[in-house]
Design a protein around this ligand. Sequence first.
Ligand SMILES: NC(=O)c1ccc[n+]([C@@H]2O[C@H](COP(=O)([O-])OP(=O)(O)OC[C@H]3O[C@@H](n4cnc5c(N)ncnc54)[C@H](OP(=O)(O)O)[C@@H]3O)[C@@H](O)[C@H]2O)c1
Length: 307
Amino acid sequence: MTTNDKISVVLAGVTNGLGYTIAKTLVANPRLSVTLFTRSDTNPQIEPFVAAGAVVKQVDYTSIDSLAIALQGIHTVISTVPPVDLTPVRNLLKAAIIARVKRFAPSEFAFTEEANGELDYYNNKKVFWEDVRASGLEYTAFRSGLFMDLFAAGAPVKYEEAPLFLSSVALDIGAEKKEIPGTGEEKITFTSVRNIAEFVSAALLLDKWPEELGMAGETTTLNQVVRDAEEIMGRKFEVTYVTVEELRKKADETGVKGRADRMLRFLYQIRAAIAEGKTEIKPYLNEVTDVKPVGVKEFLGKYWGTK
Ligand SMILES: NC(=O)c1ccc[n+]([C@@H]2O[C@H](COP(=O)([O-])OP(=O)(O)OC[C@H]3O[C@@H](n4cnc5c(N)ncnc54)[C@H](OP(=O)(O)O)[C@@H]3O)[C@@H](O)[C@H]2O)c1
């Protein structure tokens, strides 16, 4: 490949917020030739990507053969498909090996391997990560910390960046009484979905992928986020602190009976990881790309800055 050749990339999973934003960003990168894999037969969201030059392929994740055909000539696969069910992502990886794809990035986009390992809901990320490691392909895990966009949950300015479900995970910016996991001084990384997409787009041009590609919109503390929110919103908030032990107890008591329970347990486990100071990401991509990410205060100003 010469430096002027376009890199052929498949993005698998495009209809939800992260995949949608990555698709939007990749199609705007003239160095990339973009193919989007989706399960949708018709989806108006995807039309602008086609207009911008992307090839869209409706794929069947149960068929390794058809996936391998669709991957012919592709250099890099980026997946946003979460391994909630392992079959689709395992089939995508097997097809990538058959099609002699060079690089593969599974749907990580969260914390470190250690922190993900404490989250039951992410158990399959761990399982699939081992598959990826054993695949013989070049691979990486994009690690971004928490989506900064979650701070727009309940904001007076409507969030229209992407089709993303917003809920308060680390901190409820709109709540008068704020509950902070831990002491509020533990380091935590937030990256906006738009910046994640920009980092991914820039990472596609790197000659060699290390095993991890970390990024950070901003690494801060929750006490600092409260101070940022107070400045932006022009008032003081009451703050209480919850210990790791309390959060782990709540997670254990919640159980795993239905989806609602599993999601609540996931939330308590994320908060426990925050309280343990395990949700900081080393920002390698900030050092090797030109992406200028938005910080927390700027982000809060956009959505909550109406005083
Ligand atoms: N760090 C954070 O704060 C944070 C927050 C949320 C999510 N995440 C991570 O970001 C990644 C994407 O999350 P998400 O919520 O966008 O995931 P998602 O909506 O569940 O899935 C992403 C895309 O994968 C495809 N997909 C979904 N289920 C599938 C299945 N069973 N089989 C095949 N394809 C399927 C869909 O694309 P098509 O409809 O186009 O096929 C969907 O748009 C995940 O790794 C998640 O863990 C991180």
